[in-house]
Design a protein. Structure first.
Length: 247
């Protein structure tokens, strides 16, 4: 079992990018980090890097699109701890940016499997461990592209990104976050986009070809903020690096 005095966190999609940086920063606070990675070897390598920095880290093979993989991840985490303080649903898929006129159901399904069904699958499976914590928090890493307020603003670059799969999947995840927050008041559920909506900026990651203007550390600022919220903090909100944003 892990030290029961340590705060514990599971980060999905944590072998690189925002997930890895989130894991590193929370681990630096003295937390026990369960590092979720679809690729088991990449997860081990990433965990090794964090361990070398003094982070208490446990690599967790975790494909969020697979019920069997998620169930195995629960058992692995349970072997180390009797509770989970924080879940960061970070794993995501960008899709192929197919024009709406050309996008079929298959294109949407592939993206939804990771961006929508994945967080639902993982959240449901880990609810017993979350409920065992004194102050459980769930952070949904979404996108400003899932905000109707942002996408319908002609000044926002994402308003010109004409595709169906990614933005609609993140809009669905936003609604799922709100519904969880309403239905499960004992757990804090919030959504975050790793950018600055007012400044039309986002974090540079592999997913966007490193075109973002913010560093990966800057991009994780709001994720870390939500993960470390104190008891009584708001639930069911959507934030970016600068504060709350419109749904």
């Amino acid at each position: 079992m892990t030290n029961s005095e340590r705060t514990s966190v599971l980060v999905t999609g944590a072998n690189k990018g925002l997930g890895l940086e989130t894991a590193r920063r929370l681990g630096a606070l003295g937390w026990t980090v369960f590092l979720g990675s679809r690729d088991e070897e990449r997860g081990r390598v990433a965990a090794g890097k964090l361990a070398a920095e003094g982070v208490a880290v446990v690599p967790v093979p975790l494909d969020v699109t697979s019920d069997a993989s998620v169930d195995s991840a629960v058992l692995l985490v349970q072997a180390h701890t009797d509770r989970l303080d924080v879940l960061v649903n970070n794993a995501g898929a960008p899709g192929n940016v197919v024009a709406p006129a050309d996008a079929g159901a298959d294109e949407l399904h592939a993206v939804y499997d990771t961006n929508v069904y994945g967080p639902v699958r993982v959240t449901r499976a880990f609810l017993p461990l979350l409920r065992a914590a004194d102050h459980p928090r769930v952070v949904m890493v979404t996108s400003a592209g899932g905000s109707f307020a942002v996408v319908t603003d002609p000044s926002q670059p994402v308003s010109q990104m004409h595709e169906l799969a990614y933005c609609s999947s993140k809009a669905a995840l936003n609604m799922i976050t709100v519904r969880y927050a309403q239905a499960l008041p004992g757990i804090t559920f919030n959504a975050v986009t790793p950018g600055e909506v007012a400044n039309h900026t986002f974090a540079a990651t592999d997913m966007n070809g490193h075109r973002g203007q913010l560093t990966v550390t800057e991009g994780t600022d709001p994720i870390v903020r939500l993960a470390t919220l104190p008891p009584g903090a708001p639930s069911g909100i959507f934030v970016d690096r600068l504060g709350r944003i419109g749904w």
